[in-house]
Design a protein around this ligand. Structure first.
Ligand code: FAD
Ligand code: NA7
Length: 579
C-alpha cells in the first residue's frame, strides 16, 4: 500500500492521514508513506500524481497499485467492501484467516469471518491435563468452565429446593441422597451434544476445522501437529490467537501427581469425597459451593482474601453464607506438600500447609485436593517469539491495542490471553465477533470492556456490574459517592424459613455526575438474571433518579433496586424485621 503525503500539511490534513493509517493498521495492512515535501523530487512526483490520478490533494492513496483516492474515498471503499477485495487480490496465502484456539473467542471470530465470505481455518487442540483429562471442541466454557459449573451449581440448588419443598407441603419418605456419577454422566452427555453442534456449525459455515496444535514457525506461517504427531503447514494473511488459559499448579511436592483442577473435576468418574479446595477466587468458591451443596465435606484454603478484585463487602458476605451452610475456611494458609496416603477412587491425601502470618504449620487428610489458584495463559509454546509478538514476561498475557491487534500488525488476539482484560466467555465472544467485522466487514465498532456484568455462582449468587466500592472510592473519592443499600428477604425464602437478613443489594452512585450508578451489586437467588437487565440500564447511563422512577415487578428480588432509600453514610438500620 502506498500513501503520498506532505509532512508540513495543516493539522486537519494530518488528521486524515492518521485516520487512514489507523484503518490500515486495524486491517493488518502494511503500508509505505512517501512524504512528498521531504524527498528531492517531491514536487515532480506530486505533478505526475495529479496528472495520472486527477487528484491534487494528499493523502493520495494506492492499494495494490490501484488508485483509491483520498481519506473519504478509502473509508467509503472500506464500507462497501471494495478495499478488502483489492487487498485480497494479491493474497498468495492458503487462508484469509487462521484462528488458533476453538473456544469462545476463536469460534465466534472464525464463524463471523466465514459469514463475511472469507476463507477461514480454526485449529483447536486440547493438551491433556496432568491427570490425563481432555475434551472436545468448544474451549473452556463449554467443556470445563461455565457450562458444567452452572449445571453442578444447579444440582446443588435442587438439593436446597428439596429441603424447602417439605415446608411447601411435599411429602416423601425415601431417603434423599446425591449420586455423583449420574450427575456427571448427564452433564457430560450434554457437553458432548454441544461439541457436536459446534463442529456442525463450523461445517455449515465452511470453516476448516483442524484438530491440531498450532504454533507459529515464521511470518504468516504455522505448523499444525495432530494427535499422532503428524505435522502440516498452513499460511494465512491474518491470524487470531485465541488459545485461552489453563489452570495453574503450585509447584509444590505432589501437586501435579495427586491434585486435580477444574479441568478434571467436571468429568471426574467418581465422587471426590472430602475435598480441600485451594484458592479463594471465583473458580475456587464456586466449586467449593456446589461440592458442599451436593453433600460433601468441603474446606477452602484461603491465602489472603476472598474474591480478590471483587467488592470486598460482598465477598465477605458470600463467604459467611457458605460458612453458615457448612463450608469450612482455613484462612491465611498455603499448601507446602501433598502426599498420597492411599490409592483409590477417591484415595486419601495428606496435605501440609503453612501459615502466611507466622511459623505455624497444619496437616489435614482429604480424599481430593482441588487446586483453583488461577490460570496460566496458553501463550508460551505457540512460537510467538518466532514472529516477534510481544508477551508480558510476568503474566504471559498478550498486550493489544483497542482493536485487539498485537504489536505484529497481521496478528490479533482475543479472550483469556489478553492482558488487562476480563476472563469471561461473553467478552471473548463479543471481541472475536467485532474483530472479524472490522477486519472483513467494513465495520468499525470496537469491543467495550467497560461495565461488563458478571455473576459468581456461589450457593448464594453474587451479581455485579461496574465498580466495587473500593475501586469507586479510589477513582472518584469517598466524598463524591453515595452508596444505597439494603438487606432483603426473598418471598420464596419466607415460607421455607430461610435466613431473613442475608440477601443484600447495593448501588454506588456518583454524586457529581447526576447520581449515576457506577457500581451495582446483588447477593441473592438468581443474581445473574437480575444483574443482566440492570447492566443494560447502566450502559444507557442509569442514574439513581431513573431507578427511583422505575416501577418494580412484585414479588421479585430485582424490585429492591427500585426502592432503595437508605444510604450507607446515614448508618441507618437495614435489617428486615419479622420472620
Ligand atoms: P478458551 O475457551 O479457553 O479456548 C481456547 C481453546 O484453544 C481451547 O480449546 C484450547 O485447548 C485451545 N488451544 C490452546 N492452545 C492451542 C494451540 N496451540 N493450538 C490449538 N488449540 C489450542 N466465564 C463466564 O463468562 N461465565 C462463567 O460462569 C464462567 N465460569 C467459568 C468456570 C470455570 C471453572 C472456568 C475455568 C472458567 C469460567 N469462565 C466463565 C471463563 C470462560 O470459560 C473463559 O473466559 C472463556 O472460555 C475464554 O475463552 P477463550 O476463547 O479465550 O479461550
Ligand atoms: P484468580 O482469579 O486468578 O484467583 C486465584 C486464587 O488463587 C486467588 O484466591 C489467589 O489468592 C489464590 N492463589 C494464587 N496462588 C496461590 C498459592 N500459591 N497458594 C494459595 N493460593 C493461591 O483465579 P481463578 O482460577 O479463580 O479464576 C480465573 C478466571 O477464570 C476468573 O476470572 C474466571 O473468569 C474464570 P490471592 O488472592 O492472590 O492471595
Amino acid at each position: 500500500m502506498s500513501i503520498f503525503h506532505n509532512s508540513v500539511d495543516s493539522e486537519s490534513k494530518s488528521k486524515f492521514l492518521l485516520q487512514v493509517k489507523e484503518l490500515f493498521s486495524s486491517l493488518g495492512v502494511e503500508y509505505n508513506i512517501l512524504e512528498l515535501d521531504q524527498v528531492d523530487d517531491g514536487a515532480n512526483v506530486q505533478e505526475v500524481l495529479s496528472e495520472i490520478t486527477n487528484q491534487k490533494t494528499v493523502p493520495n492513496i494506492f492499494v495494490n497499485k490501484v488508485h483509491m483516492g483520498g481519506c473519504d474515498r478509502t473509508f467509503q471503499a472500506h464500507q462497501s467492501g471494495l478495499l478488502q477485495k483489492l487487498l485480497q487480490k494479491e493474497s498468495t496465502y492458503d487462508y484469509d484467516l487462521i484462528v488458533i484456539g476453538g473456544g469462545s473467542g476463536g469460534l465466534a471470530c472464525a464463524q463471523e469471518a466465514a459469514i463475511l465470505g472469507k476463507k477461514v481455518m480454526v485449529l483447536d487442540f486440547v493438551v491433556p491435563s496432568p491427570q490425563g483429562t481432555s475434551w472436545g471442541l468448544g474451549g473452556t466454557c463449554v467443556n470445563v468452565g461455565c457450562v458444567p459449573k452452572k449445571l453442578m451449581h444447579q444440582a446443588a440448588l435442587l438439593g436446597q429446593a428439596l429441603k424447602d419443598s417439605r415446608k411447601f407441603g411435599w411429602e416423601y419418605n425415601q431417603q434423599v441422597k446425591h449420586n455423583w456419577e449420574i450427575m456427571t454422566e448427564a452433564i457430560q452427555n450434554h457437553i458432548g451434544s454441544l461439541n457436536w453442534s459446534y463442529g456442525l456449525s463450523l461445517r455449515e459455515k465452511s470453516v476448516a476445522y483442524v484438530n491440531s496444535y498450532g504454533e507459529f514457525v515464521e511470518r504468516h506461517k504455522i505448523k499444525a501437529t495432530n494427535r499422532k504427531g503428524q505435522e502440516t503447514y498452513y499460511t494465512a494473511a491474518k491470524f487470531v490467537i485465541a488459545t485461552g488459559a489453563r489452570p495453574r499448579y503450585l509447584g509444590i511436592q505432589g501437586d501435579k501427581e495427586y491434585c486435580i483442577t477444574s479441568d478434571d473435576l467436571f468429568s471426574l468418574p467418581y465422587c471426590p469425597g472430602k475435598t480441600l479446595v485451594v484458592g479463594a477466587s471465583y473458580v475456587a468458591l464456586e466449586c467449593a459451593g456446589f461440592l458442599a451443596g451436593v453433600g460433601l465435606d468441603v474446606t477452602v484454603m484461603v491465602r489472603s482474601v476472598l474474591l480478590r478484585g471483587f467488592d470486598q463487602e460482598m465477598a465477605e458476605k458470600v463467604g459467611s453464607y457458605m460458612e453458615q451452610h457448612g463450608v469450612k475456611f482455613l484462612r491465611k494458609f498455603i499448601p507446602v506438600m501433598v502426599q498420597q496416603l492411599e490409592k483409590g477412587s477417591p484415595g486419601k491425601l495428606k496435605i501440609v500447609a503453612k501459615s502466611t502470618e507466622g511459623p505455624e504449620t497444619i496437616e489435614g487428610v482429604y480424599n481430593t485436593v482441588l487446586l483453583a489458584v488461577g490460570r496460566e495463559p496458553s501463550t508460551r509454546k505457540i512460537g510467538l517469539e518466532k514472529i516477534g509478538v510481544k508477551v508480558s514476561e510476568k503474566s504471559g498475557k498478550i498486550p493489544v491495542n483497542d482493536m485487539e491487534q498485537t504489536n505484529v500488525p497481521y496478528v490479533y488476539a482475543v479472550g483469556d490471553v489478553l492482558e488487562g482484560k476480563l476472563e469471561l466467555t461473553p467478552v471473548a465472544i463479543q471481541a472475536g465477533k467485532l474483530l472479524a467485522r472490522r477486519l472483513f466487514g467494513g465495520r468499525s465498532e470496537k469491543c467495550s470492556y467497560i461495565n461488563v456484568p458478571t455473576t459468581v455462582f456461589t450457593p448464594l449468587e453474587y451479581g455485579c456490574c461496574g465498580l466495587s466500592e473500593e475501586k469507586a472510592i479510589e477513582i472518584h473519592k469517598k466524598e463524591n459517592l453515595e452508596v444505597y443499600h439494603t438487606l432483603f428477604w426473598p418471598l420464596e425464602w419466607t415460607v421455607a424459613g430461610r435466613d431473613n437478613n442475608t440477601c443484600y443489594a447495593k448501588i454506588i452512585c456518583n454524586k457529581v455526575d447526576n447520581n449515576r450508578v457506577i457500581g451495582f451489586h446483588i447477593l441473592g437467588p438468581n443474581a445473574g438474571e437480575v444483574t443482566q437487565g440492570f447492566a443494560a440500564a447502566m450502559k444507557c447511563g442509569l442514574t439513581k433518579q431513573l431507578l427511583d422512577g422505575t416501577i418494580g415487578i412484585h414479588p421479585t428480588c430485582g424490585e429492591v433496586f427500585t426502592t432503595l432509600e437508605i444510604t450507607k453514610s446515614s448508618g441507618l438500620d437495614i435489617t428486615q424485621k419479622g420472620c
